[in-house]
Design a protein around this ligand. Structure first.
Ligand SMILES: NC(=O)c1ccc[n+]([C@@H]2O[C@H](COP(=O)([O-])OP(=O)(O)OC[C@H]3O[C@@H](n4cnc5c(N)ncnc54)[C@H](OP(=O)(O)O)[C@@H]3O)[C@@H](O)[C@H]2O)c1
Length: 270
């Protein structure tokens, strides 16, 4: 997909939240071998070093792999954000990342606008190709845009069949912001839903593949996580079938407004 700054992002990536640091190099190596060219990590996951090691050992050119990392809540602020990115680059052993995200807005701290100003400079300095946010609500998006004039390219938010974020997705579309889905499988909790298992059977695919395909057809960037070798391959094997309009609608109807993760308006873990 093309971001509003003209950069390209692979629509299907590999997430490494909760992948233990000692297992990260192996998981990312398997993902790269399966064909993923987009890895989503964060300083808070404490596994950036393993991501970097896998990419360096893969033999792929740096420009062939899209790398996202994130600035955590304890590094909000103009100078702090710039220092945090440099620490992440050090862990990754890279000269730049492709996408840098403010991990959470932490409105009670009220430093996300300053943080965004630091991000704008990091992009001008060439240390990050694209800048974006994560877990931003419409009010947070509107504020950074009105105070800096710079739109985030991406908002990475919780999004899966039980929590579809219809209003936020519409807002993104109006603003030209790409929607990126985290916990796209609801951490496995939607995979035994009869609507999804029935569609999976009809296509000879797995429930996980059906949910990933639903995200792709909606136009979301999607970053499923797995440490299971077969699932890493399975989750990338989703381009040889298409969900019909009727099947898409049936999954759309599963929306229950059910968040599985924290509420961005109140999440403050430092
Ligand atoms: N920005 C944020 O605040 C934020 C928050 C959360 C996540 N994220 C990002 O989003 C990525 C994905 O989210 P997530 O890790 O929370 O959850 P997820 O991708 O929805 O689900 C991962 C879970 O589902 C299992 N799984 C994966 N593929 C499967 C399949 N085909 N069949 C059955 N089970 C399957 C995995 O098990 P195994 O690993 O045991 O195979 C794991 O337990 C993260 O890794 C991270 O990069 C970002």
């Amino acid at each position: 997909m093309t971001l509003s700054d003209g950069e390209l992002i692979p629509q299907l990536g590999f997430g490494v939240f909760q992948v233990p640091p000692k297992d990260t190099t192996e998981a990312v190596t398997r993902a790269l071998a399966a064909g993923y060219r987009h890895i989503d990590t964060a300083a808070a996951y404490r596994n950036e070093a393993g991501v970097g090691q896998a990419i360096h050992a893969s033999g792929l050119d740096r420009d062939e792999v899209f790398v996202t990392t994130k600035c955590f809540n304890d590094n909000h602020g103009h100078a702090e954000a710039k220092r945090a990115l440099k620490a992440s680059l050090h862990q990754l052993e890279m000269e730049h990342v492709d996408l840098y995200l403010i991990h959470w807005p932490v409105p009670s701290q009220d430093k996300y606008v300053e943080t965004w100003q630091g991000f704008i400079e990091l992009q001008q300095e060439g240390l990050v190709r694209s800048i974006g946010v994560s877990n931003f609500q419409p009010a947070h998006l509107e504020r950074i845009i009105s105070e800096t004039g710079v739109k985030p390219t991406v908002n990475q938010v919780e999004l899966h069949p039980r929590f579809q974020q219809i209003g936020l997705r519409r807002e993104h579309q109006e603003l030209g912001i790409v929607t990126e889905a985290w916990s796209p499988l609801a951490q496995g909790r939607v995979l035994d839903d009869p609507t999804i298992t029935t569609i999976a059977q009809a296509h000879g695919k797995t429930p996980g593949q059906v949910v990933i395909r639903w995200h792709l057809q909606l136009g979301n960037v999607v970053i499923p996580k797995s440490v299971t070798p077969e699932r890493i391959i399975e989750n990338f094997d989703v381009i040889d079938f298409t969900l019909s309009a009727k099947e898409m609608t049936a999954i759309d109807e599963l929306d229950a407004g059910e968040r599985t993760g924290p509420d961005p308006d109140t999440f403050i873990r430092p």
